[in-house]
Design a protein. Structure first.
Length: 164
């Protein structure tokens, strides 16, 4: 299955799901209406990519809340979250290129956005195509890393990011 939107494209292996989304801009009118929002007024929304080897729920947070709660021990979830152009060139995003060789020793329970028993996460900030991203990956069970990371790395290697 091929996904393509907002200058990002990937080909998913069998059994994987993915979405490339862009939040709606938040305006003062949106806030005044009382509707639920994610982000801040005036924020320029950037793409968020979610990739997983399990069924993704429609209602998910940027870093996978709602999805990681459903993970089994052999599941992996990847979020590619784009930051604004002001982040390009900063120390946090100095790494060049999308990470495609995640290793088990990069994962830890303390790297999770929200700690769930047995899960482990990894965050890598990087710049590619003059765009700044965070690659946030969650393993359903840390001990499954040697088994499931090769497919996650294959999926990341099949992902291309173009300049805006």
């Amino acid at each position: 299955m091929k996904l393509q939107a907002h200058g990002i494209e990937t080909t998913l292996p069998p059994g994987w799901e993915g979405r490339i989304t862009l939040r709606s801009p938040i305006t003062a009118a949106t806030i005044a209406s009382g509707r639920s929002t994610v982000g801040a007024a005036g924020e320029f929304p950037n793409p968020v990519v979610h990739l997983a080897n399990f069924a993704l729920p429609e209602d998910r947070g940027d870093y996978g809340s709602g999805a990681v709660d459903l993970m089994g021990p052999d599941h992996v979830f990847i979020a590619l979250f784009e930051f604004g152009p002001e982040s390009v060139g900063t120390a946090l995003f100095r790494r060049k290129g999308l990470p495609t060789r995640l290793r088990p020793n990069q994962f830890s329970g303390s790297a999770l956005q929200r700690t769930l028993p047995g899960q482990a996460g990894c965050q890598i900030f990087f710049t590619t195509a003059n765009r700044a991203f965070c690659c946030y990956t969650v393993l359903g069970r840390q001990s499954s890393a040697p088994r499931i990371l090769p497919q996650a790395n294959q999926t990341l290697a099949a992902t291309r990011i173009s300049p805006r």
